[in-house]
Design a protein around this ligand. Sequence first.
Ligand SMILES: C[S@@+](CC[C@H](N)C(=O)[O-])C[C@H]1O[C@@H](n2cnc3c(N)ncnc32)[C@H](O)[C@@H]1O
Length: 244
Amino acid sequence: VKALLRPLLGPPWRALKLLRAAGTLHRSAAPEAGDEALFDAVFACEPFRPLQKRAEFTALMARLRELKPALVMEIGSASGGTAFLFTRVAAPEATLILLDDAFGAARRLALRRFALPRQRIVTLRCDSHDPASLRRVHEVLAGRQLDFLFIDGDHSYEGAASDFSVYSPLVRPGGLVAFHDIVPDHASRFGRETVNRAGGVPRLWRELRQRYSSEELIEDPGQDACGLGLLRAAPFSPAGAPGS
Ligand SMILES: C[S@@+](CC[C@H](N)C(=O)[O-])C[C@H]1O[C@@H](n2cnc3c(N)ncnc32)[C@H](O)[C@@H]1O
């Protein structure tokens, strides 16, 4: 059994540790806890630590509590910390589609533990730019529309623009699309290399914010990357994609 499971889940003790950490976090953080407390809980949990700024992400959570999204999609879930926070502010019966090209099997199992009793979490290990990924998302949606789309995957200009043009038409009118890393990083601004990379997202954001109703959640305009950009779907259509 071990020989069969190992290639799927990685070393069993590591998979068990991840599953246990997910269960502990899930049980300890109810949706009724304040957004700051929820953020702090997941930030303190190293295997699921989100790559987000507290003030920015809790401001997004407040917008989502108003929206009460029943269908949520994240492109680029990485460790799953942001996905955990989305479960806490989404509708009690929400479906969350989490897409990442680097998901391991153990992480996919662990992230499914974050679902509240009536929620459903679908994890897709795939490249968002592969046409097969869009088909899989359509299968999950079964004719329904997204209420919220979070784009935090490929940070190249072309990659993020493609994610926007392919997936934003799935968002219902009045729904939200959010981008992470709309603030240029210090390497591009000052030639100072750090671990942060905003890539081509700031340029894409400058184009999109002119075309839609937009809001920026930025802690400090001088910061090194991060920053959340929100667009309200009016609706989006492929014709609204950059470069069209
Ligand atoms: C910046 S991390 C996401 C961080 C996460 N949302 C958070 O805030 O903690 C980007 C993730 O997107 C994934 N990714 C990059 N390009 C992708 C693509 N084309 N399709 C799917 N996932 C992609 C990477 O493997 C990585 O796990």
